[in-house]
Design a protein around this ligand. Structure first.
Ligand SMILES: *Cc1c(COP(=O)(O)O)cnc(C)c1O
Length: 452
């Protein structure tokens, strides 16, 4: 009865997998926010290093991971794949449940998988400072860790709701030497405009992105970095799925179901893209791939597949994706990392084309699932991760009904050790289940940009 399936350091993947190479139809290109023409590399060069821009648009199926980046990833990779024997027993399911454990990184989530290569390519171009946004604080702390390794300064705009709910993420950023500012702030035009509209706003990722992009675009030798959504971020995260597929192969297995939670889509992309590639190329046409999101921010399940801005102020390129509208402010639920109005354009397209599907859950039921998981497997997962746990449990319970012994793989994106205030709220009966009103979504969708 093997519990942990481990790979040696030398077995860590040497290349990322680029799912763009295996799409049956091409992506709709991102458009310039003013001209509405497809963006070119030169438009992005103000805020991103050239190598990341190249990766963003690359048609190559595999992209080499620099040896210097693998040297850092070695600190915690390859991450373990666990067979959840105790959870299976607790659920009395014939299903086999596996989870990939990304909580072993220094920041406690999958996010350093992309923070490290992003900081590395910026260092190679001589960039001195990186500005970014963070929702729950995980991305800010991951980038703080990565920039520290390469002596780059780091400024993090942190969504105010999380800044107050999760003060220790801010402390981690401080330990690693970054500056953390609650957003909206008075430092940028975008922040000041938002504060004027609503001084008590909990903030949103959309606003924080506007602030960080404005900071980078208006300061010399400062770049911007995004922790999710973009193609190159999803690319870097594919190391999760590549390792998982190899680990499952070691026990002569392949998943019937692959599950991940979705904020901007990066950890889900990471676990699922290699399997989506197998599905689209006909190697494993039947694998069921499930994206899980909060019912209070139901981008994939209730949003529109349309061109929209990535941020609130309309500074970023316009991307074709599932969106709730760029000025949609989701309620401040405890899974702060899942509060984003849009989604990765690639994940959006794959859901739209039926290669993957999406489900949504309320926060109380996902905390129930997180508790079941903690009381069987021991690990206390992040509130974001608990969405994936809930879906995995539901799939396993379906197997109990049908008697099928499916193999279920989910990504355990991070630990919840800094989220105990959310667990406190759960035990104090203070969690509220918001179903975001359809009328408000329809209203926000009226303000989508018009494109030719
Ligand atoms: C940030 C985060 C998420 C959501 O972001 P994605 O880009 O959708 O992966 C999920 N889980 C954890 C632990 C996170 O830190």
């Amino acid at each position: 009865m093997q519990t942990k399936i481990l790979l040696d350091e030398e077995e860590m993947p040497k290349r990322w997998y680029n799912v763009l190479a295996d799409l049956p139809t091409p992506m709709d290109p991102p458009l310039h926010p003013q001209t509405k023409k497809p963006v070119g590399p030169e438009d992005l060069a103000v805020i991103f290093p050239m190598e990341l821009i190249r990766q963003e648009m690359s048609p190559d199926r595999f992209i080499d991971i620099p040896e210097e980046v693998r040297d850092v990833l070695r600190l915690w990779r390859p991450s373990p794949l666990y067979r959840a024997h105790r959870l299976e027993k607790a659920l009395k399911t014939p299903a086999k449940i596996y989870y990939k454990w990304e909580g072993v990184s220094p920041a406690g989530s999958h996010k350093p998988n992309t923070a490290v290569p992003q900081a590395y390519y910026n260092m190679k171009e001589g960039v001195e400072r990186i500005a970014t946004e963070t929702g729950a604080g995980q991305w800010g702390s991951a980038l703080a860790f990565a920039t520290m390794l390469y002596d780059i300064e780091c400024t993090v705009y942190m969504v105010r709701a999380s800044y107050t709910q999760k003060p220790y993420r801010k402390s981690m950023m401080q330990v690693w030497g970054a500056e953390c500012i609650p957003s909206p702030s008075t430092k940028t035009n975008a922040g000041r405009a938002m504060l004027e509209k609503d001084p008590d706003t909990p903030g949103s990722l959309g606003v924080a992105i506007s602030e960080a992009v404005e900071d980078a675009a208006t300061h010399g030798n400062t770049h911007y970095s995004l922790g999710s959504v973009l193609n190159h971020v999803c690319l870097h995260q594919t190391i999760i799925g590549l390792e998982s597929r190899e680990q499952l192969a070691r026990v002569e297995s392949y998943p019937d179901v692959v599950i991940g939670c979705v904020g901007g889509g990066s950890n889900f992309a990471g676990i699922s893209f290699p399997f989506a590639g197998d599905k689209m190329t006909g190697k494993h046409p039947d694998v069921d791939i499930i994206a899980v999101e909060p019912a209070s921010c139901p981008t994939l399940t209730k949003g529109l597949y349309a061109y929209d801005f990535g941020d609130e102020a309309g500074l970023t390129p316009i991307m074709k994706m599932y969106t709730l509208g760029h000025d949609f402010i989701p309620p401040s639920i405890h899974a702060g990392g899942l509060r984003y109005h849009g989604d990765s354009p690639i994940v959006s397209k794959l859901v739209h084309d039926g290669v993957m599907r999406a489900v949504s859950y309320h926060q109380t039921e996902v905390f129930d699932a997180a508790q079941t998981f903690a009381r069987s497997e021991g690990i206390i997962v992040a509130p974001e991760t608990s969405h994936a746990v809930k879906a995995a449990i539901d799939e396993a319970l379906k197997c109990r009904k049908t008697g099928e012994a499916k193999t279920i793989l989910f990504n355990a994106s991070g630990h919840g050790n800094f989220d105990m205030s959310a667990y406190d709220a759960y035990y104090g009966g203070k969690l509220v289940d918001y179903e975001y009103p359809d009328a408000l979504i329809r209203d926000a969708l009226k303000r989508l940009p018009t494109v030719p």
